[in-house]
Design a protein around this ligand. Structure first.
Ligand SMILES: [Zn+2]
Length: 146
């Protein structure tokens, strides 16, 4: 069987294009899975729920990669800053919603939480390294780790 990458419709192998989506390529089930796309009749009944947000597109992309690696179908959409944000900061900050099918939400939330920790640890590590480098360049030796 083949599937439309756009709408997820299922087709016989002899079919080369989706009847509903002109010009859209059909791929096999494996490819759909690899790309984290829902297949045949799953999309309509699926309910996507928000499992997290990202404050920049790179972080959003990072979460998507983590979820896709875990075979969780995922997509992002830009969120809209609420009036509270606009009032408190005076800026409209962009952010991204991470959405997955409801049946994957518990796992996705866990994966995102773990990845968030990783990102923060990496950031802290980078800051620490930069500080040590700065100290060294000033002639100090960084203290040994406790
Ligand atoms: Zn289609």
């Amino acid at each position: 069987m083949k599937y439309c990458v756009e709408c997820g419709s299922e087709y016989q192998d002899s079919v080369t294009a989706c009847a509903d989506c002109p010009g859209v390529q059909l791929v096999d089930k494996e490819t759909m899975r690899e790309r984290g796309l829902p297949v045949a009749n799953e999309r309509d009944t699926r309910q996507f729920v928000r499992v997290g947000t990202a404050e920049d597109p790179l972080t959003a992309e990072d979460y998507v990669q983590v979820l896709e690696a875990a075979r969780v179908p995922v997509f992002t959409r830009p969120g809209r800053a609420g009036s509270v944000d606009a009032l408190t900061t005076g800026n409209v900050m962009p952010w991204w919603e991470i959405l997955v099918p409801v049946e994957h939400s518990a796992r996705a939330i866990e994966l995102i939480a773990r990845e968030k920790d990783n990102l923060q640890a990496t950031e802290a590590e980078a800051i620490r390294a930069a500080e040590e480098e700065e100290l060294e360049s000033e002639g100090y030796t960084a203290p040994p780790p406790a």
